[in-house]
Structures are given as C-alpha cells and as structure tokens.
Design a binder for this molecule. Structure first.
Ligand code: GBH
Length: 498
C-alpha cells in the first residue's frame, strides 16, 4: 500500500541514530519508590480535575520496574538509540537543598548499562517537565534565577555519574512550549496566568513566560558551561537542547501575513534557539515585548557563547499563520500567541494544510518536516540536528478491540512520510544525525492522561502488557533497510572503550 512505500533506498548518513523517545514522568511510575522526591507533576496530577481522565503518573507504564522488558522491545525493532529523561527528584529529592539519592543513581546506572549491552545508545534529557516540588515551593521554580544554580547542580551530578557512558545530553525539553503552557495558558503546573488567557489567576501572562524562559535559557547555558569545563574533553560526548518546532507558512501572500509568520517563528523556536546560537533574542520579540523581555548581562552573554553541539527538534505539525494586527483574529487554538499578534490556523479557505486529527494541534503535513529542517539549517548555519520527537497520536477508543488498535496504518503513514521528507532534507545538505519516534510505548500524555496513545507498542493499562503495533514492525523494517552503521561502530561499548 501507499503507506508502506519508501521513495528512496538510500541509506541515512553513517551512524545515524534511529530511536524511540520517552520521558521520566510519562513512563517511570514508582513515584515514591527508593527515596524519590515529589515532583510538580506528582502534586498536580493528584489534584482533582487536573487530568482529563482523572489518572496520574504514579504507575505510568512502570518502566522503573520493567526497563529490561522494554529494552528487549527496543532490541526487537533494531533501534540503536533510546531517548529518555532523568527524573530530577529521583536523583535530588530536595534539589540542591538535600542529599543525592543513591538508589536513583543506581536505577539510571542499571538502565544505561542494560541499553549499552544491547548496543543501544542512551540519549538523555535532563529536564522533561518534572521539577522537584521543593524548588517550586522554595522559590517558584523557573520563575526564580535561583533555578539556574539548581539546574547546574543537578546537571553536574548527572555528568559525573553517567557521563562515562552517556554521549548525548539534552539539557531541556521544549522550554518555550512549556512556559507557554505553565505561565501563559496556566494549563501545566504551577498553572499561573492572567485571567484574559485562561481560567486562572495569580500570574502575569505578559511577563512570566519570558522570565521563566530566560531562566531556562541561562540554566541551559550553565549546564553547558560545566560540561565543557569539567567533563567534555574527558568524556567526549555532545550536549544540546530540544525545542518544539512547528512549521509555519503565511496564510496569504500579503506582506502582513509574511511578517506574522516571521513573528510566529520568533515567538516559538527562535525565542530559545537565537539566544543560544546568537547570544540575543529575535528582533521581532524585542520590538513587540519591549521591557517585558528580560535582558542578558555581559556575564550571561559570555556563558551563552558556549553554544550547543546540536539542536534537538520535536516536530509534529504545521500551520498557516494569519496576521492579527491588520485583521481581527478570534482567540482559539491552544498554541496561539497573542503577544506576537499572529494566529496559527490549520485552514486556508476552508481547506486544511494536511490531514486533521482529533487533536487541534496535530495536523499532519509531512512536507513540514523537510521545510523546518531546511529553515533551521539556513538560520543556524547547519548546526547538527536530531529529530528528538516525531509521532502520531490517536484517541483511546473503548469501542476498539485489541486488533484494531494494533493495525495502526495512520501512524505508519505518518512516520514513513515524515522520514521520506527528512531524507530529502538530508540529501539537500541538512546535517541531521538521528530520528526518534514519539513513542516506544503508549504512555501518560500529560493533561490527557491515558486517553491518547502515541506508542509503536500498545499498552493494556489494566495489566501493563506491551504488544507491538504494526508500526513497530514497520519501523524495524525501515531501520534495517536504511541504517548504515559500520560493524565496528555498531558495538557502542567498543566505540567508547568501556
Ligand atoms: C511533546 O510536546 C512532548 O515533549 C511529549 O512529552 C509529549 O508526550 C508529546 O509531545 C505528545 O504531545 O491541550 O493545552 O494540554 C509536543 C507538544 C504538548 C502538544 C502538549 C500538545 C497539548 C496542550 N504537545 N500539547 S493542551
């Protein structure tokens, strides 16, 4: 069928990483086991009304206990890398204000060793939304510049304990996207916003997202600084950051819509990546926000100069962008950014940019993959890139029987069309070094709980039984056909002389 067609037989570049992605809160469970501290998501998900199905991540998919089985699943589909995140509160239950939890260190040591034994490269994110609650309670988490010291402290410990074997580090997952949800729309903990943005109070949506992002950018820089100074030469790894990056196209040919599209880029990916790669915020943000945009001191700028080794790109969807200065836009889409006076929309004259899904944020436009990669190549001077997330979600439908769940043709079509576009970008010179599908398993999808399924393996939440979907087999076949790893390097243990 069309879905299974691959337009090119060319291999991907040498040692390209093919993996699956995950995160600690969405996967681990064991939220109180072995001395783990409480995270902001533990607190939030326990508050009635927070999660659409009333569930939480106390057990999630129990990867804390079932990691060996999960690694067997990875081995079976031939992936050579696994992206996971470290639960900060499992390592430092009270942030830098308490002891290191050695049981937490041991868990990640076991996970990392078991991956390497199967030739699977760990690709490790330090922060994927779950913050020790202690830091929220003490000083308001990312809103305080103190978060920079805490993050550096945490990163230092991770490099120290795991850096002999972990060669790919991501500092932060989707900081720009996260602060929009936490401090503009008030949907993620600590759920702060001005009432005009959501149904909450106790925040300032005009300022707080930019303050929190500023602290996150500087936290990233602090972690990179310590990695470069203390670890990188000896350990020989790479460090980068991950942002959520949609593709935007002007709704019409008008100058207004074109400028609005530039603002859309500025207020999303470039917000975070420009400071890290150029040492300053995009000019569109400076113009619109004025004094609401924090400034980098000369000391900050010196730290930002340490840059990144790669950009991680979570790409799922594309939008048209409409100008909201010369025309009136209705408020709506969860992802719209009113500060930049633009509105993302899936429709042009009633015709969607691509196939729509039950999620208003996930419309499927595969050429967006190639376009966003080429855009980043040009803007950031072909800094090496990894596609750290790309994937397709469907709603949990109690009416479906198991077999219907497993025949996930839409997911296969999504993956194959995005991979084909990625391959074209690589052929046109983009330095892309890996692709991670979101996700290995169905898992806890934040505010949607277990109602959304993103896995290439199905999880029965009553028994936690994992079953490969057709997409898992499809991915395996794709990898076998396109992977190009010379036999010596396939054994990562040898490569890194363990
Ligand atoms: C990624 O973010 C995350 O990194 C990953 O953890 C997540 O599981 C994956 O996407 C799939 O969503 O309806 O207002 O609650 C992608 C961005 C963030 C888009 C949450 C959808 C829903 C916002 N996603 N968002 S809301």
């Amino acid at each position: 069928s069309n879905a299974l067609k691959v337009i090119s037989d060319e291999p991907f570049p040498n040692n390209f990483l093919f993996g699956t992605a995950s995160s600690s809160y969405q996967y681990e469970g064991a939220y109180l086991s072995d001395g783990k501290g409480i995270s902001n998501w533990d607190v939030f998900s326990h508050k009635p009304g927070s999660i659409s199905d009333g569930c939480n991540g106390d057990v999630a998919v129990d990867q804390y206990n079932q990691y060996l089985e999960d690694i067997d699943l990875m081995e079976a589909i031939k992936v050579n890398s696994y992206r996971f995140s470290i639960s900060w509160a499992r390592i430092l239950p009270k942030g830098r204000f308490g002891e290191v939890n050695m049981a937490g260190i041991k868990y990640y040591n076991r996970l990392i060793d078991a991956l390497l034994l199967k030739g699977i490269q760990p690709f490790v994110t330090l922060f994927h939304f779950d913050l020790p609650q202690e830091l929220e309670d003490r000083y308001g988490g990312w809103l305080s510049p103190q978060s920079q010291e805490d993050f550096q402290f945490f990163a230092d410990i991770c490099f120290q304990y795991f850096g002999d074997r972990v060669k790919y580090w991501v500092t932060l997952n989707e900081p720009g996207f996260l602060v929009s949800l936490t401090y503009r729309q008030g949907k993620y903990p600590p759920c702060r916003c001005s009432s005009k943005f959501g149904n909450c109070s106790g925040g300032d949506s005009d300022k707080e997202p930019f303050v929190a992002a500023h602290n996150m950018i500087l936290s990233h820089a602090a972690a990179v600084d310590i990695y470069r100074n203390k670890y990188q030469i000896e350990q020989g790894g790479q460090i980068g950051i991950v942002e959520h990056i949609d593709w935007f196209e002007p709704l019409t040919n008008s100058t207004a819509d074109k400028l609005a599209t530039e603002r859309a880029r500025a207020f999303t990916a470039n917000w975070i990546l420009d400071p890290i790669l150029f040492g300053k915020y995009p000019k569109e943000m400076e113009m619109v926000l004025g004094t609401n945009l924090p400034e980098f001191s000369s000391k900050d700028k010196a730290k930002l100069k340490r840059g990144v080794d790669f950009i991680g790109l979570n790409h799922y969807a594309s939008y048209y962008v409409r100008d909201c200065i010369s025309s009136v836009c209705e408020s709506g889409l969860g992802v719209s950014t009113t500060e930049g006076s633009y509105q993302p929309t899936a429709l042009k004259n009633g015709v969607p940019i691509g196939e729509l899904t039950p999620f208003e944020w996930l419309n499927v436009y595969p050429p967006g993959m190639k376009k966003i990669v080429m855009y980043l190549k040009d803007r950031y001077n072909n800094t090496p890139m990894f596609i750290t997330e790309n994937g397709y979600g469907n709603l949990h439908d109690p009416g479906l029987n198991e077999e219907e769940y497993l025949n996930d043709f839409k997911r296969i079509k999504y993956m194959s069309s995005h991979l084909n576009n990625l391959m074209e970008a690589i052929r046109e010179g983009a330095d892309v070094r890996g692709y991670f599908v979101w996700s290995l398993l169905d898992n806890f999808e934040w505010k949607y709980g277990f109602t959304v399924r993103f896995g290439v393996h199905h999880v029965d939440y009553a028994t936690l039984k994992r079953t490969p979907k057709l997409s898992a087999t499809w991915y395996k076949n794709f990898i076998e056909k396109h992977v190009n790893i010379d036999s010596e390097n396939r054994n990562w243990n040898n490569q890194f002389k363990l």
